[in-house]
Design a protein around this ligand. Sequence first.
Ligand SMILES: Cc1ncc(COP(=O)(O)O)c(C=O)c1O
Length: 400
Amino acid sequence: MEEAACFQLAQRMTSLQPSATLAMAARAGAMKASGIDVIDLSVGEPDFPTPEHICQAGKAAISAGKTKYTPAAGTPALREAIANDYTRRSGLAVTPAQVIVSNGAKHSLHNVFTSVLNPGDEVIVPTPYWVSYAELIKLTGAIPVLVETSIEEDFKLQPNALKSAITPRTRMLLLCSPSNPTGVVYSREELVGIADIAIEADLSVVSDEIYDQLVFDGRESISFPTLRPGLESRSIVVAGVSKTYSMTGWRIGWTIGPPGLSKVMGSLQSQETSNPCSISQYAAIEALTGPQDCVTLMRNAFQLRRDLVVERLSQIPDVKIPDIGGAFYAFLDIHASLGRPHGPPDSVTWCEQLLEKEHVATVAGSAFGAEGHVRMSFAASEEKLTMGLDRIASFLSTIQ
Ligand SMILES: Cc1ncc(COP(=O)(O)O)c(C=O)c1O
């Protein structure tokens, strides 16, 4: 039977792109499996194991039979642990009713967009942006309005650019600090400037703070709703355990938002996925309430790697990077190496040639709405990073 005749794709699916980062990671994985010594700098995943005490909590949950449905929005104990952790770190008191636990922060973002956006609504997304934002927004029929930023301004959204992007159809602003893919961290002053415009234009703000604990050199990651009184009612914070506790596979993320909207997102989730994995929820309680020295250890390791990457990249001509204050990515401006007679014409070809010639996997800037750039993750050992950077330098030296 002709498949196409039975399943004509829904309109909303016809332009959906698969995640470019996961696609590159899968390609690098296949090359590795065939015996090629690929250095995979494509993936946004801490390379540390999940800390042992957290794994033990997961195992204990299985042994204790905590393997059944939980409330759709998450167990009361986990919602309370998340609310307490956020209140303690941000200084803004939130209640468990404001917390909805989902199957990862990506799922949380889907819940927010689906619950709030109507077809034709505009969402301002500063570029470079994390790969899934635009696709998830488009699935609701809303329109991602991409606002360019520049490396000269450390890829930070400028107040004037934000103001000019606002139209009567603008409903929402999406922020990500520390940023994937650029690693830059907004200061309090910069965020206050943005917050004031959001209030004036009556926008809701989704603040993706999943890297909030991965900040370097004593920087502070400021949670958006804390900036001004009254912001709480128009802000939704998205976060999770994936990056902070190296728990990407456990699939626990959450939103912290106004109670009414949170209730709606809980109902959505009750129909779409029921609860997030019960075992992972118990492990996440341990992550948030147990010893936190694992977080410091991983942060320090990432900072050392950041130093290594910045030092090495500064010696490579033709590459520029912004000030990396957090997360674990370097976003390379590769314009200078594009368009030469025998070189790659664009970032996708650049990454393909780097993978084929030097066996280093990175992700093209075009996937993040920023052609002329490439993202490399530094969630890899120093040895691998050194080898990867040697190979990138060698690749660039051959582009004529
Ligand atoms: C900026 C950002 N937000 C959200 C996510 C989703 O995280 P998860 O679904 O693993 O919780 C990621 C993962 O790469 C990310 O980089």
